[in-house]
Design a protein around this ligand. Structure first.
Ligand code: EPU
Length: 408
């Protein structure tokens, strides 16, 4: 267990660089299991979730080498082993083992997959897609001797189900058409990576067409993390700071930046950097939706800012119960109530406090409160935040923050 000790109340300023996107990196890492070759991945973020994903690949015999900003993954000689359940239950993206292992080894146990515990996280759509592609249940494992192309229609946009269907269909025999897909930027980067490995995949709007192929190693540079960029923008606005966020994926952030503007922030761009200021905030309501809508992963980061300004409302249509984090913000003075999938955030005096990271983004929201509040604060379970934010201590200290991460 780790804790973060924060001496807050400082105006943060300077430059911060956005790292590779967690949710883009993870599908690409697991996609390497499909390939027989050496893949070269640039800009892989050095975060907890990526380390666990790489360990899972190593358990199948993948050879992994990091050289500066490049990671080589050699998957020529993999053999099946039962995935390590302790690693699997730490990250949500371990669900991608299902599609990847079915493709490479023809089997994968259905396990208790981990990740942020803010809601029920069903995988019925993943399983339905695998069945359409020729898989069946054998005890508590999925098996698939000869995956074949199919027509898959998703009833709602799911990132995980889209990734898994693409993983199995990429090497299945014949043509697959998947409709109702998620269209997050990380879906397109997975498609680009697989195509660099010899796959034949196209996406038009919410439809993906795949012609199955055998795959060799490929290459890609991981796109910038839109949620990390949005988190640092929220942090800068909260501390009345002047932080320039370099390498922000501005195009992917349209809905996020519109939300910050509606809250009263003045958002500026210059020489590829993003920065913002806020003089007079406004009461603001935001509703999450699958991309290109406002991302659910950023809603916890808006809550401190709403409380610090004039209050607001958050409706989450993606994870209707993703509000458990609000109780971790109350030690910092954030007042809120929750009704079904809607939270009301009241204008509040932010103060220092002691709290714990309930999940990745909720933990970052607590850290933002601690950085804005005068005096010393402590946040326990800091490793939850480090699952998704690269170089957190170094990046924040370089902006003038006084934080220390301590091992307990
Ligand atoms: N859903 C189903 N059945 C399924 C799959 C999903 O009903 O079989 C529902 C879910 O209950 C939810 C909606 O579909 O209501 C969307 O879930 P999705 O499958 O898109 O979520 P995920 O793939 O499990 C990823 C991210 C999450 C992010 C969501 C939504 C990764 C590793 N995780 O999860 O990221 O919140 O998409 O954008 O990519 C985070 O980074 O903090 C995080 C939680």
């Amino acid at each position: 267990m780790k804790k973060i000790i924060v001496n807050g109340g400082k105006r943060l300023s300077g430059e911060i660089s956005v790292s590779g996107s967690k949710n883009a990196a993870l599908p690409i890492i697991f996609a390497c299991i499909l390939t027989k070759g050496i893949s070269e991945i640039e800009n892989l973020p050095d975060i907890g979730d990526v380390k666990i994903a790489l360990s899972l690949l190593e358990s199948f015999g993948a050879l992994i080498e990091r050289e500066g900003n490049k990671t080589m993954i050699d998957t020529r000689r993999l053999r099946y082993v039962d995935p390590d359940v302790d690693l699997v239950k730490k990250i949500r993206a371990s669900t991608y083992l299902l599609g990847a292992c079915l493709s490479r080894f023809g089997r994968c146990p259905v396990m208790s997959f981990g990740g942020c515990n803010f809601s029920l996280r069903p995988i019925d759509m993943h399983i339905d897609a695998f069945m359409k592609l020729g898989a069946r249940m054998d005890g508590d494992a999925l098996v698939c001797d000869s995956p074949h192309g199919s027509v898959i229609e998703f009833r709602k946009a799911s990132v995980g189900a889209t990734v898994n269907a693409v993983l199995l269909a990429a090497t299945a025999d014949g043509e697959t058409v998947i409709s109702g897909c998620a269209v997050e930027p990380h879906i397109d980067s997975l498609i680009s990576f697989l195509n660099s490995c010899g796959a034949s995949i196209t996406r038009h709007d919410r439809e993906i067409r795949i012609s199955g192929r055998s795959l060799h190693g490929g290459s890609i540079s991981v796109i910038g993390d839109m949620i990390e960029a949005g988190s640092y923008l929220a942090l800068s606005l909260m501390t009345d700071g002047n932080v320039r966020i370099l390498k922000s994926p501005l195009f992917d952030m349209k809905a996020s930046l519109d939300a910050f503007s509606s809250l009263g922030a003045k958002i500026c761009f210059s020489d590829g950097s993003l920065y913002g200021s806020i003089d007079d905030g406004r009461y603001f309501s935001v509703t999450t939706a699958p991309y290109p809508g406002f991302p659910t992963d950023l809603q916890p980061l808006l809550a401190p800012l709403m409380a610090h300004q004039r209050g607001g409302e958050i409706t989450d249509n993606v994870w209707p119960t993703r509000f458990g984090y609000l109780s971790s913000l109350s030690p910092f003075g954030v007042k809120s109530t929750v009704n079904d999938n809607r939270a009301l955030i009241f204008k509040s005096e932010i103060r220092n406090g002691i709290s714990s990271a309930p999940d990745l983004r909720g933990g970052m929201a607590a850290l933002i409160c601690a950085l804005a509040a005068e005096g010393q604060s402590e946040i326990y379970s800091a490793e939850t935040i480090l699952r998704g934010y690269e170089g957190l201590e170094e990046k924040l200290c370089a902006l003038g923050a006084d934080i220390k991460i301590k091992k307990l």
